[in-house]
Write a protein that binds this ligand. Structure first.
Ligand SMILES: [Zn+2]
Ligand SMILES: [Zn+2]
Ligand SMILES: [Zn+2]
Length: 323
């Protein structure tokens, strides 16, 4: 489990830094579902293959949004998306068929692979059925292109019977396959805000963990209203502390109002709102002081110790009490 957690930490860092870069360059980035044999549906997340659940996880947290949907065929028996086509003889159903260039003798109507018509003389062909010599292309004989011959029953055909087999071996005709919809995702403009605080959140999580305090980055918590909120860092204590950080670039009244509303909607939690030092002080009166504690910092990454200390104070522990 910790191994998966470690992977997701690396993945998150990769995702946020890549998404931040892409957004800064004004790029539109989309993640389309891809079928991978054995694994099923995966998405290429800036060069790393991830399962759909991870993109759903990002979408729930507002990092991604659904931009489109595509439908892919799935096995109607087991729902499997990894399918491969089987080409069969339409007469006997055998898979022992070969692709050949075909030749047709107009006189008798025989069609077969070119090599059956070849003679020792180049450019001279003889029909294997009626044994007549054929000289003039378009008059005596034609070359209809590629087709198939069945090694089992000997029939010659241009279009094979196509069936589709899933990994469990269920065979279906194309018309009987089911369709399954998969979302196409793109990074949301919101990601920039989260990317800006990702490293601070991750650093806080690590420091708290070293002090024996469990916390979860970008946790989803259900409020009294039934709405699920994203907590940038959820410190699992009594009371629980939600740490939210707003950097200067993302400071806007609407977001702060959202923090105030969120804090009231989440019972038994206190929000520690970290703001830049130069924020106007009249912002603060929108917050219920029992629910939101505002903490201003000069330089975010250099204020980690103080923020950790604030968190510990809120949960009733002190840094110096832990040895
Ligand atoms: Zn199946
Ligand atoms: Zn012939
Ligand atoms: Zn056959």
């Amino acid at each position: 489990m910790s191994k998966t957690k470690g992977f997701f930490n690396i993945l998150d860092a990769h995702f946020f830094s890549s998404a931040y870069k892409a957004l800064s360059q004004g790029k539109v980035v989309e993640f389309k579902p891809k079928i991978k044999q054995e694994t099923g549906i995966t998405y290429d997340l800036f060069g790393i293959e991830v399962p759909e659940e991870r993109l759903q996880y990002y979408r729930e947290r507002g990092f991604l949004e659904v931009s489109d949907e595509i439908s892919l065929p799935v096995c109607p028996i087991c729902g499997e998306v990894c399918l491969h086509p089987l080409l069969l003889c339409p007469k006997c159903g055998s898979m022992n068929i070969e692709k050949k260039e075909l030749m047709a003798h107009y006189d008798c109507g025989y069609i077969g692979p070119v090599e059956e018509f070849e003679t020792r003389e180049p450019g001279v062909y003889r029909c294997p059925k009626c044994k007549k010599t054929m000289n003039r292309v378009g008059i005596d004989y034609g070359r209809p292109g590629f087709g198939f011959t069945c090694k089992k029953c000997g029939s010659v055909f241009q279009v094979p019977l196509i069936e589709v087999e899933c990994q469990k071996g269920h065979r279906n005709k194309i018309q009987t396959l089911d369709m399954e919809k998969y979302p196409v995702y793109r990074i949301s403009p919101e990601v920039k805000k989260f990317a800006a605080i990702y490293y601070a959140i991750e650093e806080l999580r690590k420091r708290l963990a070293s002090l024996g305090v469990e916390s979860e980055p970008f946790a989803r918590i259900k409020g009294l209203s039934g709405i699920t909120h994203t907590a940038p860092l959820y410190v699992n204590a009594k009371p629980a502390v939600i740490v939210d950080i707003v950097t200067e670039d993302f400071l806007d009244e609407k977001y702060l109002l959202g923090v105030a509303v969120k804090a009231v909607d989440l019972s038994d939690t206190i929000t520690l709102l970290v703001l830049p030092r130069n924020v106007k002080s009249d912002f603060e009166k929108i917050f219920n002081p029992e629910k939101v504690k505002v903490f201003k910092v000069e330089d975010l990454m250099n204020s980690m110790d103080q923020i950790v200390n604030e968190i510990l104070t809120l949960i009733g522990a002190r840094l110096h009490e832990k040895t």
